[in-house]
Design a binder for this molecule. Sequence first.
Ligand code: PEP
Ligand code: MN
Length: 359
Amino acid sequence: MNLKDLQNDWINEFSKPLIIAGPCSAESEAQMMETAQRLKDSGAEVPVFRAGIWKPRTKPNGFEGVGVIGLNWLKKVKDEFGFKTATEVANAHHVYAALEADVDILWIGARSTVNPFTVQEIAVALKGTNKPVLVKNPVNPDLALWIGALERLLGQDVKNLGVIHRGFSSYQKTKYRNLPNWQIALDFKHQFPNIPMFVDPSHICGRRDLLSDVTQEAFNVGYEGAMIESHCNPDAAWSDAAQQITPEVLAEMLGNLQIRNSDISGFDEEMGKHRALISDIDFQLIELLSNRMKISEKIGALKKENNIAIFQPDRWKVIAEYASARAEESGMGKDFIEKVFKAIHEESIEVQNNIMIDK
Ligand code: PEP
Ligand code: MN
């Protein structure tokens, strides 16, 4: 059996997009029940309630999850409100406990997907289960590693699968906590159109104000669902406070999203994909330009130290020449590239000028 042959009918039990919501971490029975009650009352269409029981934290000595007692609270949420439940498993012991407590959907976190030994251990513990297992992307943008994790699960006859795009770590400071990479996600979707893809805007954004745009972007390119962190008192959350929203805010956000159903014309879908890719590239362009300007500042400082004129005509000649040669090679107009590079060069000179005059 091959990943491409899987039908993944499990998702058809739900209406699309499938929203999984709930707190980052289970903290207390009261917090779980209040969040579940308010999710229900908010009218948001959320069939699956999530909560982390074992939490992979960046630093030691923080809150590392309530452990197995949280499984009882998930069970209570299921029994009293009718939600399906979901939690993260990160080793065989977690798997046995979660299966024993009849959690409906399990997911493998980004910090586990990255480690083949861990994924293998989890896969073996899950052997033959019919429960859907969702695999978050590894923290690094490595499509083969992500696919490899699914292959390990399939190797143990785990056939109800899905993936979650939660963004990728980057050392650079950006507006996102974990940079989304729509290209990798779309490459995945292209290869495995039958494997449902979820967006996790909470861990991509790390902050509330970006959640809606990122979720919309994912729905525009045909994601099947979203996993969104929601807490009854987000500011007081024991983990990931800045990215969690109340059930009521979640309901409002979901209500404002344009949900595309599967019968939209191919044109719209195609357009959405192109736009997402363009946003990706624009974002990269801005990062690159900003890095270029930082280097310019260093050059400015060097010129100042050595008392050298800012504008070096020979250097501009070299830049203009290679830019127009590359433009021709890539089939773009020389005039256009010349304009772009002139603008960049002018800004660079301005940056250096400010350094010279000690602004
Ligand atoms: C989570 O979903 O709370 C979590 C820990 O996410 P990730 O694996 O994406 O870091
Ligand atoms: Mn979290």
